[in-house]
Design a protein around this ligand. Structure first.
Ligand code: F6P
Length: 328
């Protein structure tokens, strides 16, 4: 065991994700198991800049594994992007005798953490927590599975009403730069069309496909659109375009929004969060720094931050084929 680490801080940063509480719990209890002290940082990297800390023991995280959101709260910190803000954060860590940090978040969080490591050589390990599942080097990020289930349940409900009225529903799901939620939830909910940022379909092809769908005898239609898709200016503009060109359809729009970020985490996310939380403390004890603890082929793995941030999270082409075939 690396002797210099006695006190570990943990924080959640960026967009919250179901299962973040379970990850904090695992970090706190892992610290207790290894007889290390654990400090919680409120409001992510902003809380580091402001020195907003709390001592955490194993009982501080009771009744949390099943709760959505993050009890430490989260933020997107503008101050941490400045050299001055990071200097304040470093001073606060030193003042509180904190030896290492576990950050739970997405690529923005890891980018900030990586700059901090370069500047101060401070030991940091990351845990991927984002519903977008857009982090390279891990098969899954915490919150993605729960968000997928939330989306599928919502689309199932929309399908009931779409079918009763023979309507076409355009449903916008989250995923600023990534189509993982749209593609997987779209297949799971039996969508006719799935529009994702990684694969530009084009408006003409979409119209043709919808026309074919109607002619094949389908009465209602579900089109899932990732928020980052570039086919139209926005989903409402695209809906108007379809309505103007295909009068046989009655087009409606639903934007699922932040409902996708809430709710009790799925069992998969709770187990993933627990494994990655334990893995993060294990990694710090082993002396690892500047790595994300992820999951690959069912095993907990360490991935350098730089790979997690820079690599492209590629969409699985096979999924696009499955979506095309099953929506015939
Ligand atoms: O990164 C997670 C995410 O939910 C994205 O899918 C979405 O684009 C973004 O966060 C929304 O961020 P905010 O809650 O700050 O509006």
């Amino acid at each position: 065991m690396s002797s210099e680490i006695k006190r570990i801080a943990v924080l959640t940063s960026g967009g919250d994700a179901p299962g973040m509480n379970a990850a904090i719990r695992a970090v706190v209890r892992s610290c207790a198991f290894h007889k290390l002290e654990c400090i919680g940082v409120y409001r992510g990297l902003q809380g580091l800049v402001e020195g907003d800390f709390i001592e955490l023991g194993p009982r501080s995280v009771k009744n949390l594994i099943n709760r959505g959101g993050t009890f430490l709260k989260s933020a997107r910190s503008a101050d941490f992007r400045t050299k001055e803000g990071r200097q304040k954060a470093h001073n606060n860590l030193k003042k509180a005798n904190i030896d290492a940090l576990v950050v739970i978040g997405g690529d923005g969080t890891f980018t900030g953490a990586n700059v901090f490591i370069d500047e101060f050589s401070f030991p940091i390990v990351g845990i991927p927590g984002t519903i977008d599942n857009d982090i390279n080097g891990t098969d899954y990020s915490i919150g993605y599975d729960t968000a997928l289930n939330t989306v599928v349940q919502a689309i199932d409900k929309i399908r009931d009403t779409a079918n009763s009225h023979n309507r076409l529903f355009m449903i916008e799901v989250m995923g600023r730069d990534a189509g993982d939620i749209a593609l997987n939830a779209g297949i799971g909910a039996g969508a006719e069309e799935i529009l994702i940022p990684e694969e530009e379909m084009g408006r003409e092809k979409l119209l043709k496909s919808l026309k074919r769908s109607k002619e094949s005898g389908k009465t209602s239609t579900i089109v899932v659109v990732a928020e980052g898709d570039q086919i139209g200016k926005n989903i409402f503009g695209l809906a108007n375009y379809i309505q103007e060109n295909l009068s046989e359809y009655e087009v409606k729009v639903t934007v699922l929004g932040h409902v996708q970020r809430g709710g009790s985490p799925s069992c998969y996310d709770r187990v993933l969060a627990s494994r990655l939380g334990v893995g993060a403390v294990d990694a710090l004890i082993r002396g690892e720094r500047g790595v994300m603890i992820g999951i690959s082929h069912k095993k907990v793995v360490s991935v350098p931050f730089i790979e997690a941030i820079q690599g492209d999270n590629e969409i699985d082409i096979e999924l696009i084929r499955v979506a095309d075939i099953t929506s015939v």
